[in-house]
Design a protein around this ligand. Structure first.
Ligand code: TXA
Ligand code: MG
Length: 325
């Protein structure tokens, strides 16, 4: 879906005036501001309810625009950018002079990516600068993958919502830190570990195996209102029916091997067999089960390979311990 030229111009004007624009990317919708305007960046944190120490991603129009945004571009970063930009890959490098500390949560590193979405690229080109954008959801909640999700969650808090249709990838970008001796994955996402390894020519560490502290990644994140419980795939139906009998309104993520099975639960989502389709649908499924009034979601983890790694990471976080209120 391509937004009208007048909408792109309007969105660029809002950014120039220090406002907030929700923009489509291939991963999820972002809540964008002029990256070089500390007051606009501060509003992002306010609208999201996000703690100020959580760093944001700066979106630019192409790898040739990196000057000023980062201080130096390591060889591995050049290689990865060449292969995966525009695309769902974010690179953490040393912060350049154009990036205010407000955008990095005080860090001397900055996360940068070039989104692969015609509307996002048209906006970046019309605006001319960098757009800093976290996912356009309230802190800790499920990321939006349609303009409707953004409007429902943020409403008037956003100055303009640029509608670019549903997001193709459906989970956030893969974040790779290239500031150390060897690149490591800080967050699995739309570019798979296997694809990164094929380009780099060596294995790459992921969060569960690396000890890197990732700012802005809490136990409970990407979470719907309903509590998420993860069980073995073959126990999904049994556990869901038990919880339903105990009085819960249960939503079930039914694994492909059970497709067609009758389940005594409040709502059922048939998990697609293709990992690309699962990633694309994941956040919509979680929202749907919330909307249907489920208080408990029973799901299982896919095999942690390819896009399954990112899906499993989001499901684990959705099931993570909630802050006590
Ligand atoms: O696909 C995406 O990445 C989406 C779209 C809108 O581009 N954006 C997104 O942003 O997911 P957000 O703010 O929800 O997640 C960005 C994550 C932060 O949680 C933080 O962990 C990491 O990026 N991050 C940002 N800057 C960093 C830095 N300098 N060092 C380490 N991690 C950083
Ligand atoms: Mg987010």
């Amino acid at each position: 879906m391509t937004a009208r030229t007048s909408d792109i111009e309007k969105a660029a004007g809002v950014l120039r005036a220090g406002g907030l624009v929700a923009l489509p990317t291939e991963t999820v919708y972002g809540l964008g501001a002029n990256a070089e305007d500390p007051a606009a960046v501060a509003r992002i944190f306010q609208v999201k309810g996000r703690p100020p120490a959580h760093p944001l991603i700066v979106h630019i129009g192409g790898a040739e625009q990196l000057d000023g945004w980062v201080q130096d571009v390591p060889q591995a970063a050049r290689l990865l950018a060449e292969h995966f930009w525009p695309g769902p890959l974010t690179l953490v490098m040393r912060r350049g002079s154009r990036v205010p500390l407000e955008a990095t949560g005080g860090l001397e590193t900055v996360a940068v990516r070039v989104p692969d979405h015609p509307v996002a690229l048209a906006l970046l080109s019309a605006f001319g600068g960098g757009v800093t954008a976290p996912s356009a959801n309230r802190f800790g909640a499920v990321s939006p993958v349609t303009a409707g999700h953004v409007r429902a969650e943020l409403g008037d808090a956003v100055d303009f919502v640029l509608d670019g249709g549903p997001c193709e990838v459906g989970v956030e970008s893969t974040i790779v830190d290239v500031t150390g001796d060897v690149p490591c994955i800080l967050r699995p996402g739309g570019v798979t570990r296997e694809d990164l390894e094929a380009v780099l020519g060596h294995p790459i560490a992921v969060p569960s195996t690396s000890r890197v502290r990732v700012p802005g990644q809490h136990a409970s994140h990407y979470a719907p209102r309903a509590r998420v419980v993860l069980v073995e795939p073959e126990k999904v139906v049994v556990e869901a029916e038990l919880a339903q009998e105990l009085g819960h309104q249960v939503g079930v993520f039914l694994p492909p091997s059970f497709v067609g099975a009758a389940v005594k639960a409040h709502a059922v989502v048939a998990v697609p067999g293709s990992m690309a389709a699962y990633a694309r649908g994941l956040y919509g499924f979680l929202r749907e089960l919330d909307q249907q009034g489920c208080d408990l979601i029973v799901a299982s983890l896919p095999a942690e390979e390819g896009l399954g790694l990112a899906i499993a990471n989001r499901l684990r976080r959705a099931a993570g311990p909630r802050p006590t209120v």
